[in-house]
Design a protein around this ligand. Structure first.
Ligand SMILES: [Zn+2]
Length: 374
């Protein structure tokens, strides 16, 4: 298995294969696009190809070098990501040596998960940014020559997480790229990177994956039932990781709860609604609330599609009946505004705003956008 370890993204694979064949590999790449479309996965595969001892535009998967990349333990390949700051960490310290034993274990475990599934998003508690010491380490290592003649590859995952110090330090490396070194930055928030960093990288834009690519991958990689896979792919907006997340929750129940919530919002009973908000906020699980808000978004988007174009483009195909009665009951609803308010709520959940407040405000906004237009 070679490039097919990366789902879809054929245009980008071709581009990289051509640059390998033509020996026109850039010093630095910025792989950007939505979350969960395979930026890190592609960066890792590219690194594997560039170090495969058999050469060529595809990794053999069998040589010692390929095997080392498989477990993310290759001396030429370094993955850089957000880490916690160590107690009394000083400038120049090794970014990992300063961590507690427990934190080091977590880092190891996360690397293991990433090796197993390159679509895994590395999450380490208390790691809010990419540290300057991680970039200093990169600069130090980049100055050394590569192991067994291969290229040194540094993958800065979610590069927008670099703080100002780290960004400035990386900029220096980009200004004077060391020989036989390839820097690969990945980001779903390119606009948050320094423009001086962006301008020094070859830009590679990732497209969302197609529903077919996602559902096929879910069946092949996770043994998902085809129907479940198709629905998760529909609700994923082209992101494989979001589709995996959808698959891991009880989507039928979650979508029912969206419909139930809308019924309460659009009805006139106040008590059940406040109980519902209480129930949703109780766990304090922000990612669950966010996922739920996204399902609400998909549902409202479906109402808009149904009203403007008819049934063909629906995502919640099995909810067509509920959607129709909604559209008939509220023909003048300002659904664009409603979708905007849900988007705002998602941003607030991300910013740690008190959940009951976010949901209560959302109820008022939805009433205004849907009911008061009638
Ligand atoms: Zn190989």
């Amino acid at each position: 298995m070679g490039w097919d370890r990366v789902i879809g993204q054929e245009r980008i694979k071709e581009l990289l294969k051509r640059s390998i064949a033509g020996k026109t590999i850039a010093h630095a790449y910025l792989l950007y696009g939505a979350e969960g479309v395979g930026k890190d996965a592609l960066a890792i595969e590219f690194a594997r190809v560039l170090n495969c001892v058999r050469g060529g535009a595809e990794a053999c998967g069998e040589c010692p070098s390929c095997k080392k990349v498989d477990v993310l333990q290759h001396p030429n390949i370094q993955l850089i990501f957000s880490l916690p700051v160590g107690k009394s960490e000083k400038s120049g310290d090794d970014p990992i040596d300063v961590l507690t034993q427990e934190q080091v274990e977590t880092v190891r475990e996360q690397i293991r998960l990433k090796a197993e599934n390159p679509y895994h998003r590395i999450e380490i508690p208390k790691s809010n940014f990419i540290k300057i010491n991680s970039v200093r380490n990169l600069r130090r290592e980049a100055a050394l020559s590569g192991f067994e003649g291969g290229k040194k590859i540094f993958i800065v995952s979610n590069a927008e997480m670099m703080n100002a110090e780290a960004s400035n330090s990386l900029l220096k490396t980009l200004e004077e790229p060391p020989p036989e070194t390839v820097l690969i930055l990945t980001s779903s928030q390119k606009e948050q990177l320094l423009s001086t960093i962006v301008s020094r990288c070859q830009l590679v834009q990732f497209d969302p994956l197609s529903e077919e690519e996602i559902s096929k991958a879910l069946v092949a990689r996770l043994n998902a039932e085809p129907e479940q896979a198709a629905l998760a792919a529909r609700l994923s907006y082209g992101s494989y990781t979001r589709a995996c997340e959808m698959l891991s929750v009880d989507m039928v129940t979650e979508r029912q709860s969206v419909v139930q919530f809308l019924r309460l919002v659009l009805g006139s009973q106040k008590i059940p609604l406040s109980l519902e908000i209480e129930r949703m906020s109780a766990s304090g699980d922000r990612s669950a609330v966010e996922r739920w808000l996204k399902l609400l978004q998909v549902w409202l988007r479906d109402a808009l599609v149904l009203r403007e174009q008819g049934e063909a483009g629906l995502m919640n195909v099995d909810h067509a009946k509920d959607l129709k009665s909604f559209v008939q009951k509220f023909p003048h609803a300002d659904l664009i505004a409603a979708l905007g308010r849900v988007e705002d709520s998602i941003a607030l959940v991300d910013k740690n705003v008190y959940l009951p407040l976010v949901l209560t405000n959302l109820v008022f906004d939805l009433k205004e956008a849907i009911v008061l237009q009638e």
